[in-house]
Structures are given as C-alpha cells and as structure tokens.
Design a protein around this ligand. Sequence first.
Ligand SMILES: [Cu+2]
Ligand SMILES: [Zn+2]
Length: 214
Amino acid sequence: MVEPLLSSDHTATMRLVLTLSLAAAVALTACASKTLVTVPAPAPKPAPVPAPSASPEVPVTESYFSRTKSAVATLSPSATSGVSGLVVFSGGGNSVDVHVTASGLQPGSIHGFHVHETGNCASADFMSAGGHFNPTHKPHGPQDKPHHAGDMPSLLADPAGKIDARFTLEGVTLGGAEGFVGRAVILHATADDFDAQPSGNSGARIACGVIAAE
Ligand SMILES: [Cu+2]
Ligand SMILES: [Zn+2]
C-alpha cells in the first residue's frame, strides 16, 4: 500500500501515516499481549545433581575389572571332609598363576580341582557352586586339549595330607565377564579323569571357596 505516499495531498498522507502508526501500535499491543499470555515464565533452574559417589579415578567398568591382578579364595570344608585351604590367583593378562595350599587330606590322595561357575558355597554339598566355569562352551578336558576355562590340574596330597601346588593357566583371566572373580573353587574327593563329561568324574565336593578380588 505505498501508492497513497505518492499523492501530493498532504492531509491524505498524514492520515495514512497516522493509520499506519495506529495499525503498528495495535499490532505491537496484540503481539505483546499474546507474548504475555502464551509464553510461560522460565522455570526455576533445577538444583545441580550431585556427581555419582564412586571415585572418578576408579570407573566401575568392564576394563577396570579386567585389570584385576590378584584374587584369593579360602577353601572351607564340607560337613564331613575336614579339608581347608587357601587359593591365591595372580595375573592381570591372559594367563593366571595359581597357588593352592590345603590340609586335612589322605596322604598320597589325588583330587580334582576346578573353578565352578557360581560363587556360592552355601549348600552342604557345595552343589550351589554349579558346574564347571565354561564361558566358551568347550568340553571338559586337560590343559593341552579343549577344556573348560575352569578346568585345572588335579592335586596330589603329600605324606602329611597337605597340598602345596603352583601352576599357570593359559587363556583365562581374573576380571571381567569371563573372569574367575566372583566364581568358586572346588576341591573334589577323587582324581579328575579329564575325560568324562561334563566334569571328569572326580566325586564329592570336599572343599569350596568363593574367589574374591584383592
Ligand atoms: Cu569341580
Ligand atoms: Zn571341566
């Protein structure tokens, strides 16, 4: 509507300017009231959320657990075995060194020894520890053939009925979802034949311990 501005009629021009000014004022008022009606007041800022309580230097992640370098399990006897001991695990990579000491065994006896999948020694027969730890779904076997991650060498008691044995397990780890920590070690009444499935036919569970990171 610029046409009237070209008119030489001063009055008409002034009327137009006035009209436009009024229109602008009305528009501004409408806009202002619309703003007041529809835009809510800004919400108060929420209080800052406190940081998680875990220390920031120790993130609780898979990679943190997989760096676990040592762990221990105290072997407690079943109701009738009288066998007790200690298992110390060490190794932060893809192998684990194991040191087993135990006492209360028959002199010269041989005993199957495994990591079982569930860290629970609560039941009297230690069946609460479940089967052999086997995250890679292998058959039961000796170290030089396909075997459960939880399969370990059988242990020989000395003439005093004690065990003091050290060995290294390859391809296993202490931490992480496929690690030993949080599982159980079981000492059995008889030797492991490293053949019978699924557990080597090594008899009753005579001592049990839950593996805990140190
Ligand atoms: Cu076992
Ligand atoms: Zn096994």
